[in-house]
Design a protein. Structure first.
Length: 340
């Protein structure tokens, strides 16, 4: 039997059937490599010698950079170990992660990877039951997402100059991020024909290749239009300019997510705002401000492209906290010393 390909089959399933992003699939793969290495060191019992002093990683393939040359018998044994993993094995692995002082969120993600992987093996009839099902996810610390006040948002949006094509581009990007609540990866993927100026909507390609239409306000549309005027003049003088892409870099190619983040860091510094703010903070701000202004939760869910309403519900905690803060500032609590 050849090298164990269970992991690669799973990653192909995530990529081509579930339409996970390449970045997400890569993270799943890294988690499986780590688990496989732990299994090799702690569980596998090779039947023959290898060309390395270390046990082979059961996730290695003949094309992988981490592959170790092993005999057929050893590979078969390792695959059997992967399929023979039980609840106690998973719990021992969780204890190992705890000893390595991983954060609770990282441990939870690694456990989620294994839960999905073994669920996949059950569906493909490799095993009868999922050994991860009864293992509880570590309790997470509840952290409310950070958002900006209206004045802070406006300060940031007013920072980019609008008299140059790059400044006009950055102004349009920030306006669209806040006006639609889209993810930074979604704005980087926008094409010219995704913006409907007449209908005042924008076509968004989201996670898992899911698409949605979102309304877009006049300020954002004006910013896009101002940028496009610069962009079109630039394109006339550059034969390499990609005519399809909406937000282009100085070379006329699609602007990357990393570049958008760097640009935002630059304007945060210029505006004197918290450098920890990210493009995703504008998404949080959009959702929070929508709810503060009376939007219903289901509408915000659709605008954000959330698959589950429970993901959107975290913003209700933000709005509730804000309401309490306003109430407490308007109605100071009566202390024991002032009671009649």
């Amino acid at each position: 039997m050849k090298d164990c390909h269970l992991s690669q089959d799973f990653l192909d399933y995530l990529t081509y059937e579930k339409h996970f992003s390449g970045h997400t699939a890569k993270c799943y793969g890294a988690d499986l490599v780590q688990f496989g290495g732990w299994l090799s060191a702690n569980m596998a019992k090779p039947q023959t010698n290898t060309d390395s002093d270390n046990h082979a990683n059961p996730w290695s393939s003949e094309h992988g950079s981490t592959a170790t040359v092993v005999s057929t018998e050893t590979t078969v044994d390792l695959k059997q170990v992967v399929l023979a993993v039980d609840v106690d094995t998973i719990r021992r692995y969780m204890a190992f992660l705890n000893e390595q002082q991983y954060s609770k969120s990282t441990t939870a993600r690694k456990l989620a990877t294994l839960r999905s992987f073994y669920k996949f093996l059950v569906r493909r009839n490799f095993i009868d039951s999922n050994p991860v099902t009864s293992v509880k996810t570590p309790k997470q610390e509840k952290k409310l997402p950070k958002f900006l006040e209206y004045e802070e948002v406006q300060l940031l949006l007013d920072t980019p100059p609008t008299d140059t094509w790059l400044g006009a581009r950055d102004k349009a990007i920030l306006e669209v991020l806040y006006n639609t609540g889209m993810r930074v990866s979604e704005i980087a993927a926008l094409n010219m024909d995704d913006v409907d100026f007449l209908g005042e909507v924008i076509h968004i390609r989201g996670k898992g290749k899911k698409e949605r239409l979102a309304p877009i306000g006049s300020k954002a549309l004006q910013a896009i239009q101002g940028y496009i005027e610069f962009r079109n003049k630039r394109m006339l003088n550059d034969s390499n300019f990609d005519p399809k892409v909406l937000f282009a870099n100085k070379h006329g190619k699609r602007l990357s997510v990393r570049s958008i983040r760097r640009k935002m860091d630059k304007y945060l510094a210029q505006a004197g705002l918290d450098p920890a703010i990210s493009p995703h903070t504008l998404r949080h701000s959009f959702a929070t401000h929508m709810l503060n202004n009376g939007a219903d939760l289901r509408s915000v869910q659709e605008l954000l492209g959330h698959q589950s309403l429970s993901t959107t519900q975290i913003y209700t905690h933000l709005t509730t906290s804000k309401i309490k803060e306003v109430y407490d500032s308007a109605h100071p609590r009566v202390t024991d010393n002032t009671r009649m």
